[in-house]
Design a protein around this ligand. Structure first.
Ligand code: GLC
Length: 347
């Protein structure tokens, strides 16, 4: 092989590398340009308003024709005043061993996002495999890297009303320090293609307010909304909840005494105080009560939490539309009225 031939080959290689690098740069630049008008967390939380968790257990993920939540339900949510749907995604079951998401599952997600956008909803894509995650942290991180690598690129041109949430309720073996490292690495992946899209990150220990102090998020990333969940006291919200056999022998109990209300206020004010000290905005991504609690008290609890959250400028999402802790009775085709009108007065 002549020296000239080797020289030409290296030149071609160099040109090839330059083209790849510059096109990657152009994509990133175009993308950065494209997201430069995305809202700040503060602006966006105002528009998120009343929200609802949905689709976690919907058979739609196995087959679109079996969808439980239909357009008629989405219309009812919209008419009731809900502005945001937190879509609970259990994606790990739809990945192959190399981490590739099932194309059919992805196309169901494409369709769902398009439908929700056509109704005018904000969408939070919440990766909800928290149970698998707390059992095998290493596998969890690999799966989340696979998930966010694919999802962040697939939806990078979506409007700013599509938000990403790294992982629901990191807990147990995902200790605060494990979570700080893992969430930083996941965020880096998202930022390569979505420099300004708002991303929700919550503290460890089930997104507990008490763990906000141990949450470390990159200070120079201004497009983060910090999310917390609230189910206290669990003896009320989870009484007789079969999954995990919660408090099966305690007598049924209500909620709403002065001390219980003060506890909610103290917890929410503590969270707000953290947010102000850290210059962050909060989102109450889950709260709700299992069906065994007395209905009037479930409604009182829902109303008190949402009014307190709103008084602090937070948006919120009720857990959940259907299945358990439900706000809608799909079989009876009607809202659980006392809870709906507590959440959104006048409805
Ligand atoms: C949790 C979870 C959800 C669960 C619910 C009731 O915090 O995010 O998946 O079903 O609340 O415990």
């Amino acid at each position: 092989m002549s020296r000239g031939h080797v020289g030409r080959q290296s030149l071609r290689l160099l040109i090839g590398v330059c083209i790849i690098l510059s096109s990657a740069f152009l994509i990133d630049a175009a993308n950065a340009e494209g997201q430069s008008n995305f809202p700040s967390p503060r602006e966006q939380v105002i528009t998120l308003g009343a929200g609802i968790n949905a689709f976690s257990y919907d058979p739609v993920w196995k087959s679109q024709k079996n969808a439980r939540i239909k357009d008629s339900h989405l219309r009812k949510m919209k008419d009731a005043g809900f502005r945001t749907i937190r879509v609970n995604l259990m994606s790990f079951a739809y990945m192959d061993s190399s981490g590739r998401l099932d194309p059919e599952w992805l196309s169901t997600l494409d369709d769902l996002i398009a439908r929700l956008l056509s109704f005018g909803f904000n969408i939070i894509l919440d990766e909800h495999d928290f149970i698998e995650c707390r059992e095998d942290v290493e596998l969890c991180e690999r799966r989340l890297i696979d998930f966010w690598s694919q999802i962040s690129i697939r939806y990078r041109n979506s409007p700013p009303t599509v938000l990403f949430e790294l992982l629901n309720e990191p807990s147990r073996d995902i200790t605060p320090s494990v979570w700080n490292g893992m969430s930083r690495r996941l965020l880096e992946i998202i930022r390569r293609s979505n420099p300004k899209r708002n991303v929700l990150i919550g503290p460890a220990h089930f997104n507990s307010i008490d763990y906000l102090d141990r949450l470390e998020i990159p200070v120079d990333d201004k497009n983060i909304i910090v999310t917390v969940h609230y189910y206290l006291p669990l003896e009320f919200s989870h009484q007789r909840f079969p999954m995990g056999n919660w408090f099966p022998t305690l007598p049924l109990r209500g909620w709403g005494g002065g001390k219980e209300q003060q506890k909610v206020m103290a917890d929410f004010y503590k969270a707000q105080n953290w947010a102000e000290r850290n210059n962050r905005v909060l989102y109450l991504g889950e709260f709700g009560t299992y069906e065994q609690a007395p209905l009037a008290d479930r409604a009182k609890y829902a109303g008190f939490l949402t009014r307190t959250a709103e008084s602090l400028g937070w948006a919120w999402a009720y857990w959940q539309f259907d299945k358990s802790f439900s706000l809608y009775d799909i079989e009876g085709d009607k809202w659980v009225e006392p809870i709906l009108s507590a959440l959104i007065p006048g409805k």
